[in-house]
Every structure is written in C-alpha cells, then in structure tokens.
Ligand binder design. Sequence first.
Ligand SMILES: Cc1ncc(COP(=O)(O)O)c(C=O)c1O
Length: 375
Amino acid sequence: MLTNERHLFDVPSDIAYFNTAYFGPRLHSVNDAAISAVGLTARPWDVESDLFFDPVDRLREGVATALGGDADGVAMIPGVSYGASTAARNLIVGEGRTVVILAEQFPSNVYPWRRKVDAEGGEIVTVPRSLDGWTPGVLDAIDSRTAVVSVPHCHWTDGSVVDLVAVGAKARSVGAALCVDASQSFGALPLDVTEVQPDFLYTVGYKWQLGFYGLGYLWVAEEHRVGIPLEESWAGRKDASDFARLVDYSDSYEGGSRRFDVAERSNFIGVAIGNAAMAQINAWGVGEIAETLRMRTEAIAQGVAAHGWVAAPDNQRSPHLIGIRQPNGLPASVRESFADARVSVSVRGDSIRVSLHLHTSDEDIERLLAVLAVV
Ligand SMILES: Cc1ncc(COP(=O)(O)O)c(C=O)c1O
C-alpha cells in the first residue's frame, strides 16, 4: 500500500480531482523535467546528437518495465489511432472474416478497423454490454471467422474490465490477432504482455501514464517487428545516429519496433515528460498503484450506494476507474452541482465516471460523496 503521495502531485487542495481518465494529474517531477527540456531546446547548441536517441531508448525501457515486456518492442506514437492504424496495416482481415470490438468502444480503436474491413470485405462484430460483464460476450464472439480481436483492458466509460488473458488465449486458439487499447489502464491496472500475448498494444501517454499529450506508446510482438510502418522516418533507419552519413540511404531499419516510431519521435519535451512519469510509475509499481487505488475506489463505491447510486459489480470493476449510475438516469443538475463544488468528474453517457489517483485524499472523497448525496 502506498500512502501520502499527494506531495508529489501539483494538485491544489481547492479542487477535488477525480478525472485521471480524462487527463492525468501533473507530478512535480514532470513539471521539473518539462521546464528543463524547454530550456534545453532554447539552447540548440547544447542539443548533442545522442539526445535524439538515448532519452527515447530510456523511455522505451520505462514503458517496457511497466508492461513486463522488452524495450525493443516499444515504439513512440502520437496517439491511439496511430497505434491501431499501424496494427491494421500489418494484419490481414480478408473477405468474410471479422474484427471483434466492444459496444461503445473509444473511436480511435474503431475507425481504423472500420476502414480495414471496408477495404478487405470483412465485418465488424460488436459485443454488447451484458450484466455478466464483457468477457463472456467477447469469448462467444470469437470463432473461426475472427481475424482480429481489438479491445481495451477496461471500458473507457465505466472501467468494466475485460479478461485479456482469457481473450488472448481464445484468439490464439482460432488464429486471430489480439490488439489492445490500454489507454485507460496502462499505469494503473497491471498487465503483463508475456501473459496476455497481444500482437499490438497501444496507449496514450497522458492519462494513467501521467505523461505528455501527443506522445503515446505502442508495443509490438516480436513476429510483427518486420512489419511496414505508417511512415518512413529517417530516425528509424539503420545507423541514423551518424548524422554526417544520413544521405547514405539505408534499406534496413533500426532493430525492434523502432521502425514504427512516429516522425520526430525524439520530441525532447514529450520524451523528458514521459521519462519522469514512467520513472515515478515504476518506482511505485503498477501493482502497488492498483492496490492502493482499489481501497479508495471501494470506499467510494460503498459510499455512493448509500445515496442510491449503482456501480458495476465487484468482479467487473477496475481498481482505478468506476462509472456510477442512478437507476432512473442522471439528474439534470449533475454537471452544475459538481462544478459549483469544485469536484472534477466526467459524465459519459448515463454514468458519472470517477477516476482517482494517488493524490486523492479522504477529504476529496468526502467532497465527492457530499455532491452525490444532494443531486
Ligand atoms: C480508451 C481511449 N483510447 C484512446 C483515447 C485517445 O485516443 P487518441 O490518442 O487517438 O486521441 C482515449 C481518450 O479519452 C480513450 O479513452
């Protein structure tokens, strides 16, 4: 259990922030890294050529540590639609085959698959919400027609979880690929790529990852690291670090997943922020983060039940992110009441999404419950 981490966050006490699923809270160490990176870019004479490469490789290591994977498998991407489009470019769906997704899945992990099935004559299979949770429906939807299963680790609207180990095993049993959007889980909900065995896993960097808006991460299974990137950047080519010889064009790529890196992935400010964030996440440990957040999320779920609000059942719930609903729909005044009380949550569909982090105090939880008691 982690205690007293609030001093590490730049979150003032007048706001009760329950919105990491929208935008991660800012760490002081991230602020410091950002300021010094801005300073560096103001002094281009100090930007040595190794600064184009070493910090990015350190970030690959930080991300890989939190995923239980190898740093070579990590690529830098600007966002999830880029990661999903990279996956779609390198997988085959084909005529009459299917791509399995969840109902109301985040659009960045839907549109690339829609284009893919349109181009190849396949079909999207959408798993509906069910009282039993997502996993039984996803397992049922996977059959001999399935080419790709492309799902999140937990649903972005309410945190209801998908058992990725079971889904991955079923996908492999029919020869289908598994793609995972980990934006609402990576950094807060443990996931080990050696257990789940995704083909492609992509995530933003600015939510539970506490990093930079515009720099996300892609992890690619070894067999796909020979694939075709969305763009042909110079930095992904062999011997790119030899700036004097860049026009001795190379037909081969740097190793691992580096070929999938977005253009200008050396992104000095974003990478510095990502490194500071991943260093802190790995110092805490994703398992410890999850266990600590679970205690607080449970306290919230119990507290809101007393005022007639309903959360997903225990066995479908995430430790870090829950959606709460009223049986008769959301009261009209809900947004205004939260804004007046300076309690930050998100309204997604007919649920209020409550997503906390290690800065969340008992007093914040009391403020949240006080609003829910009167709306
Ligand atoms: C599950 C999920 N995936 C992806 C994104 C963002 O996608 P992109 O990086 O393509 O903007 C979000 C943003 O809220 C999200 O909740």
